[in-house]
Write a protein that binds this ligand. Structure first.
Ligand code: FAD
Ligand code: DLZ
Length: 506
């Protein structure tokens, strides 16, 4: 009997488990642009356009490969994935759906509740299965990415010299913290011209999502596997050699520095992680890129990316609602582009608005750091990140936001919160040179807000963090400041937050 094969918008891979389980001569593939997926958060228009264009092209590739594909465009009006499945089940008489496990609990449970039974197969496009991650995590007092990563290096053989890490060390992160360079030799990610399919999607997104935060045009993402591969090759050739050195740097006039800008392609299924890692290793073996760059790049993919997915599925659907620090402040309007005098924030939010992209340190040490210091409700922060980045799906976004960035999970992802005052941003970027605030000042209305907020954060959460050996030094510094100065710093933080809460421009 005919079965349906569900392919979701971030499952655009010919090697998908559901396709492998199906019979091309008998079964029907279902793909659908639906309002439920397009609006569960107010996605950036570029993210929606990217996925719809890539979905349409993937459907065409499947057809060319001999599959019978029922594709619904948004205008055909199916509200949800399940309603599209029911419609095709009605037409074909199918009584079963083959699916690959979705990357969000929300969709997993919708499929579990579907009136047509859905068999969900593991998503084996990842390196580490849920069972393998749970076995690794079981019995450990503390989970740390570094040890997981070493196992993934051994498992893949990437950058291994026999059973030892290439170069004698597992991790070269220490070499990857150079401040912003004066000049960037890389011209940024490869730009793609919109073809007819992409053009139609751009018109659709423009008409239907006009109020969403984010600039739709110019649109220059790749929307198929060939394009994603070309984007990877461009990165390996031009940027990888300096990727490590300047991984943590930020520049006002350069949004991408030496980053790869491939996360949206890997996460949507257009670019297999293995191809990216093999290409990077080959560049190292050929003497094109140094070890600190290549190890750093591979660690992000087989280390952090896999680790985050392991945490998401291990922690369960309530993870997004964790809030151990009890932060309740509303996300301020400046995250949606309202004016701010903080140069680092306005730069990161403008990149986000225009590109549906910001690189890791902007996400972690600027927008994430500010939200944490200001005590913003982590669920609101999570929804913002899920909406505004082209690479955002809960399995990867939530552990990065709830865990790494907001410490709302109480230390499952990170052993200490990623917080800093303005000094860190000043060291790693050129933002403070042209900022209206003064990074060297801690109190007073012209002082960099990150400074006062940083000390106010430490003061507020003293009980939780003072005994953390990685934070003890900061508490000693705070305790050495005289009481009057401490009081001025805390007042400055309160005044700033009150102003922000009243909706005034900060
Ligand atoms: P590069 O710096 O070139 O890194 C190469 C690849 O490594 C990336 O393409 C990505 O696949 C992977 N990678 C790097 N860091 C991480 C990480 N921490 N977790 C998972 N994969 C990683 N990444 C997402 O893919 N989706 C998200 O929704 C997302 N949200 C984030 C939210 C916050 C608060 C933070 C701090 C990080 C988040 N990240 C997310 C991780 C990281 O910032 C992005 O993967 C990276 O910026 C993508 O840009 P790139 O392709 O140029 O990455
Ligand atoms: C993100 C997204 C959007 C915007 N639209 C669709 C869609 O219309 N149809 C679809 O199949 N998938 C879409 N997606 C991706 C899904 O939200 C994603 O598959 C789930 O969140 C699970 O990761």
């Amino acid at each position: 009997m005919v079965k349906l094969v569900l392919v979701l918008g971030d499952q655009l891979s010919p090697e998908l488990s559901a396709l492998r389980e199906a019979d091309k001569t008998r079964d029907v593939v279902v793909m659908a642009e639906v309002m439920e997926e397009a609006s569960y958060v107010p996605h950036h228009p570029k993210k929606i356009a990217f996925l719809f264009a890539a979905m349409r092209k993937f459907a065409a590739e499947l057809r060319a490969d001999g599959w019978d594909v029922r594709y619904f465009t948004l205008d055909e009006g199916h509200t949800s994935i399940v309603s599209a499945l029911l419609a095709v089940a009605g037409d074909t008489g199918a009584a079963e759906v083959l699916a690959t496990e979705p990357g969000e609990w929300r969709v997993i449970s919708a499929l579990e509740d579907s009136p047509v039974p859905v068999h969900q197969f593991p998503d084996d496009r990842f390196l580490c299965s849920h069972t393998e991650f749970d076995a690794w995590a079981e019995g450990r007092k503390q989970l740390r990415m570094e040890y997981f990563y070493r196992d993934m290096r051994r498992k893949t053989g990437l950058l291994m010299d026999g059973d030892q890490p290439e170069g004698g060390k597992w991790n070269y992160d220490h070499d990857n913290r150079k401040p912003a360079p004066d000049e960037v030799t890389h011209e940024g990610p490869l730009q793609f011209q919109a073809d007819e399919t992409t053009g139609e999607v751009l018109d659709l997104v423009e008409a239907r999502f006009a109020d969403n935060f984010g600039t739709l045009r110019p649109f220059s993402f790749a929307t198929d596997r060939a394009g994603a591969r070309a984007a990877l090759t461009h990165f390996i050739d031009q940027a990888l050699p300096k990727y490590g050195d300047f991984q943590d740097a930020m520049l006002t006039d350069n949004r991408f520095l030496y980053h790869s800008v491939i996360s949206m392609y890997i996460n949507a299924g257009l670019l297999p992680w293995r191809e990216a890692c093999d290409a990077a290793e080959a560049a190292y073996r050929a003497g094109h890129a140094p070890l600190n760059a290549v190890e750093g790049f591979i660690r992000q993919i087989i280390g952090w990316r896999e680790y985050m997915r392991g945490i998401y599925f291990r922690e369960g659907p309530d993870y997004m609602h964790r809030n151990v620090l009890g932060h309740t402040r509303k996300l301020p309007a400046l995250y949606w582009g309202a004016d701010t005098r903080m140069k680092c924030m306005s730069t990161a939010v403008a990149a986000t608005r225009d590109e549906a992209y910001a690189h890791h340190i902007q996400r972690l040490m600027v927008t994430g750091n500010f939200a944490l210091l200001a005590g913003i409700d982590p669920f609101e922060v999570h929804e913002w990140y899920l909406a505004v980045y082209a690479d955002a799906y809960e399995w990867v976004e939530a552990p990065n936001v709830i865990g790494m960035s907001q410490f709302a999970d109480g230390g499952i992802v990170g052993s200490k919160p990623y917080v800093s005052g303005g000094n860190y941003i000043n060291k790693m970027s050129d933002h403070c040179k042209t900022c209206a605030y003064k990074v060297k000042e801690k109190a007073g209305d012209d002082a960099c807000p990150f400074n006062a907020l940083y000390w106010a954060f430490l003061n507020r959460h003293r009980e939780r963090f003072a005994k953390n050996p990685r934070m003890a030094q900061m508490y000693r510094t705070w305790d050495r400041m005289d009481d009057t100065h401490c009081a001025e710093v805390l007042e400055r933080a309160d005044r700033f937050l009150a102003k922000m809460e009243q909706g005034e421009s900060v």
